[in-house]
Design a protein. Structure first.
Length: 596
């Protein structure tokens, strides 16, 4: 290939990068739909939140109010309070209404649940592409897409059927990092402010990242008074965007002073932070020391005011009872630090973030003495990446965000390392070295290596539990329950959302912290005596009991409460007030009628 042809190709990759990125997104999305068509066909919503999201959309399309987000088929008749907003419901509902024009409602839902999670992937690709174009090279964005597609933990948030809000929040995060390194202050500040406001209106999972992004913008202003425009625009868009998000999307329940969503509590914080930062940007003193002192004072005022006005939010935002925190919330696996997880789980998650952090530090050092805007941009990205890595040591659920934010640093490292290997005089280095270098920089080596390490391999018991947990929620297994008239079924907390999605029955509980009393009722029923279980079930109006032997939740009841109601059931001792009901011969479920 001639030098002229190469240069022409580079110009086209640079000039048409948005169109080419969207083409890449279409190709990747088509592959994922093809690869997971079986899950789409059977509406295999694998997570409780995905099932609840679809139930939220169904209720809205059936006429439930825009601001009424209670799920009335959990814990009927009062329902279950869900702390989300309807932002993520919009594309799912839109796709369902569109596909209804051509097919049945059932297929419209399946297609919508398959396609909707892929939409924010396009935004994420564009956000990361813009970042690496500014900081690495105008033609480096294809590498960023390749590394993103190779980041397994992040990509799971965009897979067909993963319709919960995480993909959209990651898309906002990709725009945030693009805004942080944008050389145009006004545009960069607006992107960060609006992306943070949208993310917070969806949910508070990314609140720490939004706070860190604001801190980085404030630090840029402290260092350089010329950043006042970025700071002022960020302040206005953060406060205004949060206020608009609250007005348009905050549910009736989120009008209260709760700590787990964009309620008046966090809206007040965002508006106050925006007001303080806007005033600082307008004052814009010439002295760097004065700017630092003002920024610290503003931050202290927000923290002290928050503690004084909202003391109930100084603890865990879920505000659950000590019993529920001990028995349930503290045991959620994704809420544990990465070092509390098996090496087989932690290593593939952490590999790319650490590589990306090293790459960002390397790129920052390498950019010294070059374009000042690029140096400052890399400093911002390095701080953000370091923060994401630190978040892994708080909760492993930070893994998808940490991998996403590692992509710019990994791309910068690859942009230097891979050409050096490809142009090496030794053929083994050019071939094997390039492959090894790519696997190392992309973090993919961890997923490959872990397959051959003889550590943390699942034992027979874990395999049986995993098989049961997956088998009990299969669509064909649960649809067999529709042969019985609709009623309230008492079952495991983790089975409730899937049960109401696939069948016409109602359930008592789901894993959502605002409904702690119902969750505790399920725990007390399965862990206490048979008579106590009977009383709790009747109090909730349940007429049937559904259990799945060896499902993960059932093993907890047996381990914690030997001799309790569920442990007796597992040993074949069924109380007289339960009458077995028939199910298909190979069903993993056990169904009983609750006798008066």
């Amino acid at each position: 290939m001639s030098r002229t042809t190469v240069e022409t190709l580079r110009e086209e990759i640079d000039r048409r990068w948005i169109a080419l990125t969207l083409i890449a997104w279409v190709v990747v999305s088509a592959y994922f739909l093809w690869d997971r068509w079986g899950q789409v066909t059977w509406l295999s919503l694998g997570d409780t939140d995905d099932n609840m999201r679809l139930m939220q959309v169904r209720a809205w399309l059936a006429g439930q109010g825009w601001y009424d987000l209670r799920q009335y088929r959990l814990n009927p008749p009062v329902g279950f309070d869900i702390h989300w907003s309807r932002i993520v419901d919009l594309p799912i509902a839109g796709l369902i209404l569109f596909f209804r024009l051509f097919t049945s409602n059932a297929w419209a839902e399946k297609l919508a649940c398959g396609i909707a999670p892929l939409i924010p992937l396009s935004v994420t690709m564009l956000g990361l592409g813009a970042t690496v174009r500014r900081l690495v090279a105008p033609t480096a964005w294809p590498l960023a897409i390749i590394f993103l597609v190779g980041s397994a933990t992040t990509l799971l948030m965009y897979m067909p059927e993963r319709i919960d809000h995480h993909g959209w929040q990651l898309a906002c995060l990709s725009l945030t990092v693009a805004g942080l390194c944008d050389p145009r202050g006004g545009r960069g500040g607006a992107i960060v402010g609006l992306a943070s406001a949208v993310s917070l209106s969806i949910g508070l999972e990314m609140l720490p990242y939004a706070a860190m992004a604001g801190a980085i913008i404030a630090l840029r202003w402290v260092w350089d008074a010329g950043e006042a425009r970025r700071l002022s625009v960020y302040a206005l868009t953060l406060a205004g965007g949060s206020a608009l998000g609250f007005v348009l999307f905050a549910s009736n329940a989120n009008q209260a002073l709760r700590c787990d969503a964009l309620t008046p509590v966090w809206l007040s914080v965002m508006v106050a932070a925006g007001a303080f930062l806007f005033v600082l940007a307008r004052i814009n003193p010439a002295s760097r020391g004065v700017r630092l002192a003002l920024a610290v004072a503003a931050g202290a005022a927000i923290v002290i005011g928050f503690a004084a006005v909202f003391p109930q939010c100084l603890g865990r935002p879920e505000m659950v009872s000590p019993e529920l925190e001990k028995n349930w919330l503290n045991n959620v696996r994704e809420a544990k630090p990465i070092y509390r997880h098996p090496f087989r789980t932690a290593f593939p998650i952490a590999a790319l973030p650490f590589v990306g952090l090293f790459g960002a530090i390397f790129a920052t050092w390498r950019a010294r003495g070059a374009d000042p805007a690029r140096v400052v941009g890399w400093v911002a990205v390095t701080l953000f990446t370091a923060f994401a890595v630190a978040m892994l040591f708080w909760q492993v659920r930070a893994g998808p965000a940490a991998q996403l934010l590692a992509v710019p640093g990994a791309t910068a490292l690859a942009w230097v390392l891979l050409p050096w290997l490809l142009n090496h005089t030794s053929m083994p280095v050019r071939v094997l070295g390039t492959v090894a270098g790519f696997l190392l920089v992309s973090g993919m080596f961890a997923g490959l290596a872990i397959r051959y390490l003889p550590i943390d391999r699942p034992n027979a018991y874990a395999t049986r539990v995993n098989r049961a947990s997956g088998g009990c929620v299969r669509t064909t297994v649960l649809q067999a329950l529709n042969r019985y008239p609709a009623t309230t079924i008492f079952t495991f907390t983790d089975l409730g959302p899937r049960l109401i999605t696939i069948t016409h029955h109602s359930a008592v509980s789901g894993p959502y912290h605002r409904n702690g009393d119902a969750i505790l009722d399920v725990q007390h029923a399965f862990g206490g005596s048979a008579d106590n279980a009977h009383a709790i079930m009747k109090r909730h109006g349940a007429t049937m009991l559904l259990v799945c032997p060896d499902m993960a939740e059932s093993t907890i009841y047996r381990a914690r409460n030997p001799g309790g109601f569920y442990d007796q059931m597992a040993h074949g001792r069924t109380p007289a007030w339960l009458a077995p009901l028939p199910l298909p011969r190979k069903s993993p479920l056990r169904l009983f009628r609750i006798v008066e």
